[in-house]
Write a protein that binds this ligand. Structure first.
Ligand code: FAD
Length: 321
């Protein structure tokens, strides 16, 4: 049973976020042989269409506008509402990113439609599409089905594998001009914290430091290990509260949720609020001086030891690979 599914291609810094390709993959399951249309919204984004097609979109609808250069809820909502009106999809898939978490519920409420958020898996059984999502801070999973003919979905980054990229795929690219008007918010300036290397929420490897890291300088060995593994550095709230690092690195219930292939927790005790942000990582390694630390309960591999001895040794070993 083929469905028409719309996906938002999330453009950032002249490229597309990986979650856009994961969203196409989720959409291909939902579409079940139907059409996948990608929406590209922004300023000077059309060149990114080809990549969306290479990852499986059958068609790309591009809405470019000076006022869409930076994300604003009302600007993007106007563009997406026009695209939805023109395409009439049966489901819409966003990344469960800051943008998706803001925009999907806004559009669902505006159109009086359902929303299934933070999805980690999609399956089709007969006529039903079944979505899996974590609940109770990742301690349990629930399955939801689409009962509405038109449902919004957000997918958690790093859980659904993208389709294989194929430059030989062909698709149709279409412009949709939308009049953007009466914006209630205007971005005057974007001030970014200097972050090194890989984006934490999309990283395949995360090296996270806790209060055991003891200082800002203590994060140095963690950054070196992250660089060798092409990963990103994260932190517990304990480390952020102690001012060892910026809150943008915080992982957990009130921070970012990450699901990398490899999560190395260094000097983190494993409080329930921290586990909420990382316990679904594929492989968890914990380094802690305290053999009773709670983090070892969720770890696949535990190293009881001083992180300042263990982390540099790991870095040296990984450099040899
Ligand atoms: P600690 O609990 O102090 O643990 C430090 C660990 O380092 C210890 O286990 C110690 O054995 C080990 N250690 C010390 N020195 C070394 C060494 N040299 N080598 C190896 N190990 C060493 N926390 C989060 O992380 N994310 C959240 O989103 C979050 N949200 C919260 C929301 C609420 C409402 C509340 C109440 C709390 C929240 N917290 C969150 C805080 C959480 O409860 C913990 O306080 C916090 O996670 C502890 O951080 P930590 O593990 O780094 O520090």
């Amino acid at each position: 049973m083929g469905r028409k599914v719309l996906v938002l291609g999330e453009a950032r810094d002249g490229g597309l976020r990986n979650v856009s390709f994961e969203a196409i993959s989720a959409a291909s399951t939902v579409a079940d042989g139907g059409e996948i249309v990608a929406a590209l919204v922004g300023k000077d984004v059309k060149a990114l269409s080809e990549e969306l097609i290479a990852y499986g979109a059958n068609k790309v609808v591009v809405t470019e506008h000076e006022d869409l250069a930076a994300y604003t809820s009302d600007g993007y909502a106007q563009a997406l509402l026009a695209i939805i009106e023109s395409e009439q999809p049966e489901a819409i898939v966003f990344g469960h990113t800051a943008l998706g978490k803001d925009l999907a519920p806004k559009l669902a409420a505006r159109l009086d439609k359902g929303l299934i958020s933070d999805v980690t898996d999609v399956e089709v059984g007969g006529d039903q599409v079944v979505f899996t999502r974590p609940i109770y801070s990742g301690k349990a999973f629930e399955k939801k089905i689409m009962t509405d003919a038109f449902t919004f979905v957000t997918i958690r980054p790093n859980n659904i594998s993208p389709l294989a990229k194929d430059e030989g795929r062909t698709g149709h690219v279409e412009d949709l001009n939308v009049e953007i008007k009466n914006l209630r918010t205007v971005v005057k300036e974007v001030v970014r914290k200097a972050t090194q290397g890989v984006d934490l929420s999309e990283a395949k490897v995360v090296i996270a430091g806790g209060r055991g890291v003891k200082s800002t300088e203590g994060f140095g060995p963690l950054q070196e290990l992250a660089d060798v593994l092409n990963g990103a550095v994260g932190a517990s709230r304990g480390a952020c509260d102690a001012d060892y690092c910026d809150y943008s690195l915080q992982i957990g219930q009130t921070g970012k949720v990450v699901t990398p292939d490899l999560y190395i927790a260094c000097g983190i005790s494993g409080a329930i609020q921290h586990l909420a942000g990382m316990s679904n990582s594929k492989i968890i390694v914990a380094i802690n001086k305290d053999p009773e630390a709670n983090i070892f309960k969720v770890a696949d591999y535990g190293i009881v030891g001083d992180l300042f001895e263990v982390v540099p040794l790991l870095t040296e070993e990984f450099k040899k690979l």
